[in-house]
Design a protein around this ligand. Structure first.
Ligand SMILES: NC(=O)c1ccc[n+]([C@@H]2O[C@H](COP(=O)([O-])OP(=O)(O)OC[C@H]3O[C@@H](n4cnc5c(N)ncnc54)[C@H](OP(=O)(O)O)[C@@H]3O)[C@@H](O)[C@H]2O)c1
Length: 350
């Protein structure tokens, strides 16, 4: 019998669900034991139900698994959730209420006061919010979330700067990949040769999540950071990888070589604990003037490293630079798997 922790995936057939399956195939601690999706997929084998979009094949054991109904009966105690926000708002609390640890990708509960929104390298201490959740008190279940796929790359680039120099103002303009819209996502006729300057609710999510992530635990709640923040989000015809043009004003003076050193030397608890999905370098600075680019740099650190480049003075704020992050790995499934690893290391998975 396997000694691994059995896990389930809610929304297993979608873009993020597929990444979970790929990332968990050889995971040393977790094993996929249960899959659920909508009633369109229920009862089918996973291979029949999912339009598999990844370059590696569906793991054999998973291909033959039946897709279960999305109800807690029969589900394992650890659930990775990759559901649309509307459905997540209804289903995630139901699973937490039934005693499951719900490690969620969706925005539904991210900003709820008692729900931790976590990047393990940035705010691992926020998982303490779990202890105050009513589900936790009642059944042992709880919900932990990871951020929006654009907020996570931005925050990984900002956190080392905030720690060393303090942040006063942040402006970010995104160029977001089509895989960020799920499958089938944006119609090809809308996106080919085009830029769509609107992604519903994305700018609000980036602004409020960035401040919560970089906020401080104060007793039993998180006090969001107060720096000024403005995000503009665009969808572009790139398959995977969100690129962001960022301008910042810092509280204390910084030299470019100090900022680059702060990024390249950034390490945190996941690296110290050697969590299986933690990249060796959470942030890497690229010196070439035309990097990072999604086509070449998206898989750095197995998709878990945030690439930063083009640091230069900004004529309006202090500095500007480019950020690139893999939206379905660091921005979704990988973020949740790393959160679950942190939870296990901290004794929250029993
Ligand atoms: N794509 C990204 O880069 C990304 C990044 C970060 C966060 N997210 C978030 O992750 C979540 C999933 O995104 P996605 O891109 O994977 O979406 P997606 O490709 O549209 O997949 C949605 C999944 O939810 C399932 N589903 C739909 N209705 C359901 C219902 N009533 N009950 C149970 N399951 C249901 C679908 O199952 P069927 O196949 O049976 O319809 C499918 O498995 C969203 O909240 C999204 O915002 C996505």
């Amino acid at each position: 019998m396997s000694s691994k922790i059995p896990v389930g995936i809610l929304g297993a057939t979608g873009v993020v669900g597929q990444r979970f399956i790929q990332m968990l195939e050889h995971h040393p601690w977790f094993e996929v034991a249960w899959l659920a999706a909508s009633d369109r997929s229920e009862g089918k084998s996973y291979a029949e139900a999912a339009r598999w979009r990844l370059k590696t094949p569906i793991p054999t054991a998973v291909a033959a698994m039946r897709v279960s109904p999305a109800i807690p009966d029969g589900a394992p105690r650890v659930i990775f959730a990759a559901l649309d926000a509307g459905i997540a708002a209804e289903l995630e609390p139901r699973f937490a209420d039934a005693g499951c640890a719900v490690v969620s990708n969706s925005s539904a509960l991210r900003m709820q006061q008692d729900v931790p929104l976590v990047i393990p390298e940035v705010n691992a201490d926020h998982i303490k919010l779990i202890d105050g959740q009513s589900w936790r008190k009642k059944s042992g279940g709880y919900v932990v979330t990871n951020p929006n796929c654009s907020a996570i790359g931005l925050v990984l680039a900002l956190a080392p700067l905030q720690q060393r120099f303090g942040l006063e103002t942040v402006m970010a303009v995104t160029m977001q990949a089509v895989s960020g819209a799920g499958y089938p996502g944006v119609a090809s006729l809308d996106i080919l040769g085009n830029v769509i300057p609107y992604i519903a609710k994305e700018e609000e999510k980036m602004e409020e999540e960035t401040r919560k992530l970089l906020g401080q635990m104060n007793g039993t709640k998180v006090v969001s950071a107060t720096f000024a923040m403005s995000a503009q989000c665009n969808r572009v015809a790139v398959e995977d990888g969100h690129t962001e043009s960022v301008s910042i004003r810092l509280k204390r003076k910084a030299k470019p070589e100090e900022m680059i050193a702060v990024w390249n030397s950034f390490r945190a608890e996941p690296q110290e604990l050697q969590l299986p999905s933690a990249p060796k370098n959470p942030v890497v600075y690229f010196g070439a003037p035309d990097r990072p680019q999604p086509r070449f740099d998206i898989d750095i650190g197995a998709g878990m490293t945030t690439a930063v480049g083009r640091l230069r003075p900004c004529g309006v704020l202090d500095w500007k630079f480019t950020v690139l992050s893999h939206n379905t790995i660091r921005g979704a499934a990988g973020a949740a798997v790393l959160n679950a690893e942190l939870l296990k290391a901290k004794g929250y998975l029993g």
